[in-house]
Design a protein around this ligand. Structure first.
Ligand code: KIV
Length: 288
């Protein structure tokens, strides 16, 4: 007998940590709305990240910087309605955790209290430890994010790989250790060399989730719109497209347009009719 999504067991942060201990790969995918959350959940992904990447792939901004708390909560609520099994992680947007520790805790709490998330993610290493500690102390699980941190795109000089020098690599390794000590239950490693990601993964106890960080992480994450080939404006080198929905959707839209223009749509099977009797009654009523 098949089980409904609600009946399948909910993924917990403990389960994610156990997967690392058992050397089982952790799967994470972004989702931003009800139907994509349903699909990602049904596909059996361990975790869904409602990433602030939605600013770029859904809202059309050039960076993630304009994304607000209200944007994030709106999309998180829709995802929470669609996904019942995966661990749900809400991405804290720019300026929601950098201004003060108390604001960071308040905003992190809103993801759980108002938007059905199970955990939050925030960007940065040693400069975020106070915020991470305080959020964890409030009982909210936190995922860290180091390497290419898109909210610092202007400071980093663009969306470019990080940790290329021995000094930068050491700094990132130390950041990973510090985030673990501050209480993070996992860390996203974005756009760093594979050897460095492997080294960090081997030398910390909490799981690493890689994106553009090679195969030696404990898990992988991709942006849904990149992997489905929906978003054609900007495609990171590391994002493998498993489908070409941009092309498929364009074909479908073109076919619809042609059929409307030719009269082929709607066909009889897409059309409802009143009974002859009701129609005659209507014509009588309107005096025809
Ligand atoms: O916003 C996002 O989707 C992310 C992932 C790329 C890790 O932070």
């Amino acid at each position: 007998m098949s089980t409904t999504p609600q009946e399948q067991h909910k993924i917990t942060t403990q389960f994610i940590r156990q997967k690392k201990q058992r050397h089982q790969a952790i799967t994470m995918m972004t989702a931003y709305d009800y139907p994509t959350a349903q699909l990602v959940d049904e596909a059996g992904m361990d975790t869904i990240l409602v990433g602030d990447s939605l600013g770029m792939v859904v809202l059309g901004y050039d960076t993630t910087l304009p994304v607000t708390m209200e944007d994030m909560l709106h999309h998180c609520r829709a995802v929470a309605r669609g996904a019942h099994r995966a661990l749900l992680i809400g991405d804290m947007p720019f300026l929601s955790y950098q201004v003060s520790v108390s604001e960071a805790v308040r905003n992190a709490g809103r993801f759980l209290q108002e938007a059905g998330m199970d955990a939050v993610k925030l960007e940065g290493g040693r400069e975020r430890l106070d915020a991470v500690r305080a959020i964890v102390q409030a009982g909210i699980p936190v995922v860290g994010h180091i390497g290419l941190t898109p909210q610092s795109v202007h400071q980093l000089g663009g969306f470019r790989m990080q940790g290329n020098t021995a000094q930068d690599a050491q700094r990132l390794f130390e950041d990973a250790q510090l985030l673990q000590a501050a209480g993070c239950f996992g860390i996203v490693l974005e756009s760093i060399p594979a050897q460095l990601a492997g080294y960090i993964t081997e030398h910390i106890e909490i799981p690493t989730i890689g994106i553009g960080a090679g195969p030696h992480c404990d898990g992988q994450v991709l942006v849904l719109h990149d992997m489905l080939g929906i978003f054609d404006r900007f495609k990171p080198r590391f994002a493998k497209a498993y489908a070409n929905l941009h092309g498929d959707i364009l074909t479908a839209l073109g076919q619809y347009k042609t059929e409307v223009e030719s009269g082929a749509f709607p066909a009889p099977e897409h059309t409802a009719h009143m009974s002859g009797e009701t129609w005659d009654q209507f014509l009588h009523q309107v005096g025809q």
